[in-house]
Every structure is written in structure tokens, then in C-alpha cells.
Write a new protein. Structure first.
Length: 405
């Protein structure tokens, strides 16, 4: 939701100048001079030293600084002019110094921030002239005319300039402040592609949340409805079998009831397995309680370490749970390992789970072990899968998922 702008709702008097516009006109020129000097220094130093080892890193640091300066200017525009500028997309997470420098140099929002710092200087000069210069000139003209200057035609021109300048001041000031708002919206906000990505991310988040809610509802319906009915049928068959006991001429019906009980028990067990596959009951209390039960059911001894103080979204917990379950199944069936470990912790806003074993190694994504499906499941929530499985032995799989979808 954007803040109300001048002219929204009740129309303001044409002659009013908002205090924020005056503050912007007075503080703008020195701030824009500093911003332009910052851009010139960054580009000069980065370009001059581009052939050395510190040139590009220095330019990258300057670009990240321009991104932060842009957000500071956006907050200033909001405070003084009431224009809410949405934050651009965050910079790409870097896994090392080289990636950090490359990410900073290719950061579109940072370059747009640099351009804003340059273009703001002429706009601020116009704002100062329109908001401060024009009324000062009008007052000076009136004072000069009242001082009795000669010739008479200059006095008449000065007298005419005074009301004209004062009347033009609010109109010119509003026009320049609108230009300020446009410049901030255009260069400090997200690009069209970033807005589209945000829209798609919100749509995906809504779809995943609704899908998770539907699965949980389906699981409850099976658990409380179909399973309860099967249990009731099994109890009825049990009572029927008890009623048939002691009647030797009813051996055939008794055998049929016993077979029906066996089939019903098998159906209940299969239904419970299906329900647990849809929504494991252990996840009702979160991943922190679900992982110990999961590792206890693995075919090899598993050492578990969990340090997750913040509970992830249910969708993230579900994906993480089934990925760990698949990895432990692979360890048990394919690796020949005698022990494994599962380590879960938070790294910033990322949930990182490491599954390692001392097996034969040689696993690879797409080799028929279900790892390709894991990678696709993780990609649906912006997660990643890294696999280190040399032929010499041992395998380490690292899952990284966002805490919030």
C-alpha cells in the first residue's frame, strides 16, 4: 500500500507548498553532490585499477555501497515526499569472494542506484531553484523596487516579477517534486522482471501452501473417515467370529469371516502406510521431532545432530523430511554403509541438512537412485542438492532449503 500523495483525496490549495518539499529542496543539493562524488570516485578508482587485483573488488564494494545509498535515498523520499518505493530484489547470495565480486558487478539494482545518484544532482538543483530560488527572487525584486531604483521601467518589471515568481513557486515546486518521485520509483524500485519474479514467487508460495493444506485435509479425511470405518468393520468381524465359535456346523462361515478379518487388517495397515506417506504424523510437531524417529527407522546406525532454533514453514519441513528419508533409504539399500550421520542446522535463512555415510561411494545424480527426483523436489522450493561421492568411498549429500517459502 502506497502512502497518499499530494493531490489524493481532498485537493490541496494550489498555493500550498508541503514542508517536505522545502526540506527536500534544502537538503537535496548537498546530498546529491555527495552522491555524485561517490559515484565518480567509485568509477574512477575501479576503472583506474581495473587491470590490478584490487580494481574489480573495489568497484564491487562501491556498487554494494550504492545499493545501500539507494535504499537510504528511498527512505528519505518516503519521509519527505510520501512516495513509497518498493525494495528491489536482494543481491544474489554468494558462496565465496569471487562469486561475491561477480554478483556485485552484475547487480542491476546497484547500477541503477549509481545512475540515480548521478541524475539526482540536476533534479535537486531544479528543486532548489523552484522551491527556494523563485520566492527569494520575488522578495528581492519587491525590495529592490521599493528602494526607489531607476529607471522606472525596471521598477515596473521588478514589481511585476514579485507576484509572478511567488505564484509560480508552488506550481514549479510540485512539478519538480513529481520528477523526484518518478526518478525514485524508476531507479530505486524493482525492475519489471523483478516484479514479475515476485509475482510468480507469491503465486508459487500460495500454490504450495494450498497444496500442503489440501494434503493435510486429505490425510485427516482418510485417518478419521476411511480408516475409522475399516477399524469398525474389523471389530464387527471380530465379534462375528466370536459369535460363530463353538458351532461346528458353521466352519465355512467362520473361515470366511477369518479371511475377511485378515484382509481388513491388511487394508488398515496399507492405509496407515499411505497416510504416513502423505503426511507423516511425526511432522505434526515439527522437523525437530520428526528426524529422530526417521533416523531410528533407518537400516544402519545413524548419528543425528539438530540445531534448528527456528521452525521452517510446513512445506519446507515436508520437503526436507522426505528428502532425508530418501537419502537414508539409499544409504540402507545401495551404499553398503555400516553407519551414517544426519546434521541439520540453520545458516542465515537457509536450512542445511547434511547426510553422510561410510559406504562404497560412486553415487551420482541421475543414476537411478532417486537423487534426480530429490533435486527436482528441492528446486520447487528454491532448494539445492550437492553430492560428494567419490568412487573411493563415502558419500555426503547436502540439502539447502529456505526457511520460508
Amino acid at each position: 500500500m502506497t502512502a497518499p500523495r499530494p493531490g489524493d483525496g481532498v485537493r490541496e490549495q494550489w498555493w500550498r507548498i508541503r514542508p517536505g518539499a522545502v526540506a527536500m529542496a534544502l537538503t537535496g543539493p548537498p546530498l546529491s553532490l555527495l552522491g555524485a562524488a561517490y559515484v565518480a570516485a567509485v568509477l574512477y578508482a575501479g576503472g583506474l585499477l581495473s587491470l590490478t587485483l584490487i580494481g574489480l573488488p573495489l568497484l564491487a564494494v562501491g556498487l554494494r555501497g550504492a545499493r545501500h545509498l539507494g535504499r537510504a535515498h528511498a527512505r528519505l523520499v518516503r519521509a519527505l515526499l510520501g512516495e513509497v518505493v518498493a525494495a528491489p530484489a536482494p543481491p544474489v547470495a554468494a558462496g565465496g569472494p569471487v562469486r561475491w565480486v561477480r554478483g556485485a558487478l552484475t547487480d542491476v539494482s546497484a547500477w541503477r542506484g549509481m545512475l540515480y545518484l548521478l541524475l539526482r544532482l540536476p533534479v535537486d538543483l531544479l528543486a532548489f531553484v523552484a522551491t527556494v530560488g523563485l520566492p527569494v527572487f520575488g522578495v528581492w525584486s519587491a525590495v529592490w523596487a521599493l528602494a526607489g531604483a531607476e529607471p522606472a521601467w525596471l521598477v515596473a518589471a521588478a514589481v511585476a516579477c514579485c507576484p509572478a515568481a511567488l505564484a509560480l513557486t508552488p506550481v514549479a515546486s510540485r512539478a519538480v517534486m513529481d520528477l523526484h518521485r518518478l526518478l525514485a520509483r524508476t531507479l530505486l524500485g524493482p525492475t519489471d522482471s523483478q516484479l514479475r519474479v515476485r509475482t510468480l514467487e507469491r503465486a508459487r508460495s500460495t500454490a504450495l501452501t494450498e497444496s500442503d493444506r489440501s494434503l493435510r485435509q486429505f490425510e485427516r479425511d482418510l485417518h478419521d473417515g476411511t480408516q475409522a470405518q475399516l477399524v469398525a468393520i474389523a471389530m464387527t468381524l471380530s465379534l462375528t467370529a466370536d459369535a460363530l465359535d463353538g458351532a461346528p456346523h458353521l466352519d465355512r462361515p467362520r473361515a470366511l469371516v477369518a479371511r475377511a478379518r485378515t484382509q481388513t487388517d491388511a487394508a488398515i495397515a496399507e492405509l496407515r502406510r499411505l497416510i504416513d506417506g502423505i503426511s507423516p504424523a511425526a511432522l505434526d510437531r515439527g522437523l525437530l521431532d520428526a528426524l529422530p524417529r526417521l533416523t531410528e527407522q533407518a537400516g544402519v546406525p545413524v548419528t543425528l545432530t539438530v540445531d534448528v532454533p527456528e521452525r521452517p514453514d510446513p512445506v519446507i519441513e515436508r520437503v526436507a523430511y522426505f528428502c532425508v528419508a530418501e537419502l537414508l533409504t539409499n544409504v540402507s539399500k545401495h551404499s553398503g554403509a555400516t553407519r551414517a550421520s544426519v546434521d541439520a542446522d540453520l545458516v542465515g535463512k537457509q536450512l542445511r541438512i547434511t547426510v553422510a555415510d561410510n559406504g562404497a561411494g560412486g553415487a551420482r545424480i541421475g543414476a537411478g537412485s532417486g537423487l534426480l527426483g530429490l533435486r527436482e523436489r528441492l528446486a520447487a522450493v528454491d532448494g539445492t542438492l550437492r553430492l560428494d561421492s567419490p568412487p573411493s568411498g563415502s558419500t555426503t549429500a547436502v540439502l539447502e532449503l529456505p526457511v520460508r517459502i
